[in-house]
Design a protein around this ligand. Structure first.
Ligand code: ADP
Ligand code: MG
Length: 250
């Protein structure tokens, strides 16, 4: 097995992570001895079958649930809850339906104790960055799926994360909408308009992984463990998208 721990540009490390869920009779071991490392300026894919534990692993890295064993080390310190600097985008957007776009995005900052006026300014900047200006006062139900996920992205980006975790962020969208959002995100990444150092994207779409990622990790099932690492060769596919295709998705 490749050694995922030897990464000189490491910013976050998952080491020997195990996670089980109790069942009536016994325990379901979902993740067993997962190791991976995220470095600076890389987009890493996590590919695996349904039920292999991808979302569980992302939730552990985000500090939303705890591992049964092992640890997540972020900037040299072991995490024991959500870290300031690690943000997550969810597959089904996870927006508050009773809040407007602006309020949803501001909600990303509330837990951090940012003062109201600064919250508003930062939320408006994130909304603008992700192409949602003009929709500040709309409610999620008034938006298309693609726009809702843009709100999900704005809410994650507003905290100025160092590490961005994405759990199948495009899988609930139709293919062209997904392509547009992927391309917009990659443009922000390529133009260095984000402070993000490292992206971990969960997907079960191999083409998406090859298109977006510098490195792809493969998670086995029953139990989940990183069993392979694939490096995507240069010149990277995401830097040579055909202009005609770009016009189609823009
Ligand atoms: P993936 O995202 O790769 O499809 P998940 O991480 O969602 O996989 O789930 C992996 C396994 O863990 C599944 O068998 C799922 O039923 C189980 N699981 C996930 N969360 C819980 C939970 N909170 N309680 C019990 N079982 C869970
Ligand atoms: Mg999942």
């Amino acid at each position: 097995m490749p050694d995922h721990t030897a990464n000189p540009n490491e910013i976050l490390r998952v080491q020997n992570v195990r996670r089980g869920f109790s069942k009536p009779q016994d325990e379901l071991l979902v993740l067993d001895d997962v190791n991976l490392s995220l470095g600076r300026k890389e987009i890493v894919g996590l590919l695996g079958r349904s039920g292999s534990g991808k979302s569980t692993l992302l939730r552990i890295i985000a500090g939303l649930i705890r591992p049964s064993g092992g640890s997540v080390v972020y900037r040299g310190a072991e995490l024991d809850g959500p870290a300031d600097g690690v943000a997550m985008v969810f597959q089904t957007f996870a927006l508050f339906p009773w809040l407007t776009v602006l309020q949803n995005v501001e909600a990303g900052l509330e837990a951090l104790g940012v003062p109201a006026q600064e919250r508003r300014q930062r939320a408006l900047a994130a909304i603008d960055l992700i192409g949602l200006d003009g929709f500040e006062n709309a409610y999620p139900r008034e938006l298309s799926g693609g726009m809702r996920q843009r709100v999900g992205f704005a809410r994650a980006l507003v905290v100025d994360p160092t590490v961005l975790l994405m759990d199948e962020p495009f899988s609930a969208l139709d293919v062209l909408t997904a392509e547009t959002l992927r391309t917009d995100l990659l443009d922000l990444w390529n133009e260095r308009r984000l402070k993000i150092e490292s992206v971990l994207i969960v997907t079960h779409n191999i083409e998406e992984a090859v298109f977006m990622c510098d490195r792809i990790l493969v998670l086995s099932s029953n139990p989940g463990r990183v069993i392979a690492e694939i490096k995507v060769p240069f010149p990277h596919p995401r830097n040579r998208l055909d202009p005609a295709f770009r016009r189609l998705v823009d």
